[in-house]
Design a protein around this ligand. Structure first.
Ligand code: DGL
Length: 217
């Protein structure tokens, strides 16, 4: 049976997730929707994000999605609870990979690149509290990255300065905690070289989609 898999992000970030799911499950239909008129979300309040994201997700549910991937760390970390209360379709949330980063680091310093709203969220604080005890978490200023990536105008110099900055603070793992940054993963890896590993959740989300669909009767 073919499934309808919804994927939502504020902008082009979620497209990287949608592409990975399409590649993994070519027999299913992937419906990617974004909110190009209001991107970026990462500098908005939780209430503003809810007002914008809820109707879009509701529409995807009404269109018959079997599952929706909230391919946006900002939406997931700020309002996933409120969304789950209002929607009945299973929602898969994306969160910064603090736990895997903590397991990987040898220097005991990790960097999380994410939007201001994600970094300020209660959920992100909980992730650090739960999984990053004894580990220093460096949070570079990536506040304008999503908007610049959306316009394909984030320069290599800004990427290089950020990556070298966190490595100089001792980070040996760099977490891509915003799906927009997946599009510059290779640029980040090039700057990091052998000094830090760069992680992002595409593979884990692809596996999770299958797991959730397998639970549907
Ligand atoms: N791509 C989104 C994320 O994963 C947010 C980008 C934005 O709209 O600020 O956080």
């Amino acid at each position: 049976m073919a499934y309808l898999i919804g994927v939502f992000d504020s902008g082009i970030g979620g497209l990287s997730i949608a592409n990975a799911i399409t590649k993994a499950y070519p027999d299913d239909e992937v419906r990617f929707v974004n909110d190009a008129a209001h991107v970026p979300y990462g500098t908005k309040t939780s209430d503003e994000i809810f007002t914008l994201a809820y109707p879009i997700l509701k529409k995807l549910q009404d269109e018959g999605c079997d599952v929706i991937v909230v391919a946006c760390n900002t939406v997931s970390t700020t309002i996933i609870g409120r969304l789950r209360e209002k929607l009945s379709v299973p929602l898969i949330a994306l969160e910064p990979m603090v736990k895997p980063a903590a397991a990987l680091t040898e220097s005991k310093v990790v960097a999380v690149c994410a939007t201001p709203a994600t970094l300020a969220s209660k959920r992100y604080a909980e992730l650090k509290q739960e999984y990053a005890k004894g580990i220093k978490v460096v949070e570079p200023d990536c506040a304008n990255w999503a908007e610049l990536i959306e316009r394909n105008s984030l320069g290599q110099k800004q990427i290089a300065d950020t990556v070298h900055g966190v490595i100089n603070q001792g980070a040996d793992v760099i977490v891509l905690g915003c799906t927009h940054y997946h599009w510059i993963e290779e640029d980040i890896k090039r700057e990091a070289g052998e000094r830090a590993v760069v992680i992002q959740p595409e593979d884990a989300i692809v596996r999770r989609v299958k797991q959730v669909l397998g639970q549907l009767v």
